[in-house]
Design a protein around this ligand. Structure first.
Ligand code: PEP
Length: 244
């Protein structure tokens, strides 16, 4: 059976005091594996409060570079020093506001893997692309850069996240059928490279997942959990999604 995984993406939210309350409240865990991806300055706090608990922690980005004169970047080796288990790469907010190209996203995934960090590789189409019937072409292109860069062994250590851009932070969720169709498409693409890896790969759905729609989405055969933005900031909601 594939791992069931629910990952929170705090984005640029939080404070030491608010995080402490949130982390202590979710520490007990849920029936799915839980992780929180916090802003870089809070990773030490996550490590201090979550080490030994059922909840893992992660970063929201990682540099494609190993080290050196890259002001503002954070290296995978540094994240590893703080026990980081996951790094989101290619979130649509990074692709949109920081012009991250597909190749850069793949390079970031590779760098995370080099340090034993699981990259959570995000793909997804905009509303205009969906309306133009380009959903599969867009996610296939985004995924292809990863397939081109990673070996089968490396591919076996990633998590994919399908996040339709039009559903992120908008309150609009893909229907479970819409999401399932894209998840099955992505898994089939991975299967063209390696059937076994595709069968084992966790593919998460992200985009306005809330306690009242999570169970429905997660009931689909190719949806293995969620990448949760807004609802991951409320312990009650995040745990409810984890239990869904
Ligand atoms: C996200 O940021 O990855 C996300 C899915 O956000 P939200 O759940 O708020 O739509």
């Amino acid at each position: 059976m594939r791992q069931k995984l629910v990952i929170g993406n705090w984005k640029m939210h939080g404070s030491l005091a608010a995080n402490e309350a949130l982390l202590n409240a979710i520490k007990g865990g849920a029936s799915a594996t839980l992780a929180v991806c916090a802003p870089f300055p809070y990773l030490a706090q996550c490590q201090a409060l979550l080490a030994g608990s059922a909840v893992a922690w992660g970063a929201q980005d990682v540099s494609a570079e190993a080290r050196g004169a890259f002001t503002g970047e954070v290296a995978a080796s540094m994240l590893a020093e703080f026990g980081v288990g996951y790094a989101i790469v290619g979130h649509s907010e990074r692709r949109t506001y920081h012009q991250e190209a597909d190749g850069t996203v793949a390079a970031k995934a590779l760098r995370a893997l080099e340090f034993g960090i699981t990259p959570v590789i995000c793909v997804g189409e905009t509303l205009a692309e969906r309306e133009a019937g380009q959903t599969e072409a867009v996610v296939a292109r985004q995924l292809q850069a990863v397939l081109d860069a990673l070996s089968v062994e490396q591919l076996g250590r990633v998590v994919l996240a399908y996040e339709p851009v039009w559903a992120i932070g908008t309150g609009k969720t893909a229907t479970k059928e819409q999401a399932q169709a894209v998840h099955a498409f992505l898994r089939a693409r991975v299967a063209e490279r390696d059937d076994g890896v595709a069968g084992r790969m966790a593919i998460l759905y992200g985009g306005s997942v809330k306690p009242d729609n999570a169970a429905d989405l997660f009931s689909m055969p190719d949806i293995d959990g969620g990448l949760i933005g807004g609802a991951s900031l409320k312990a009650e909601d995040f745990l409810a999604i984890g239990n869904a």
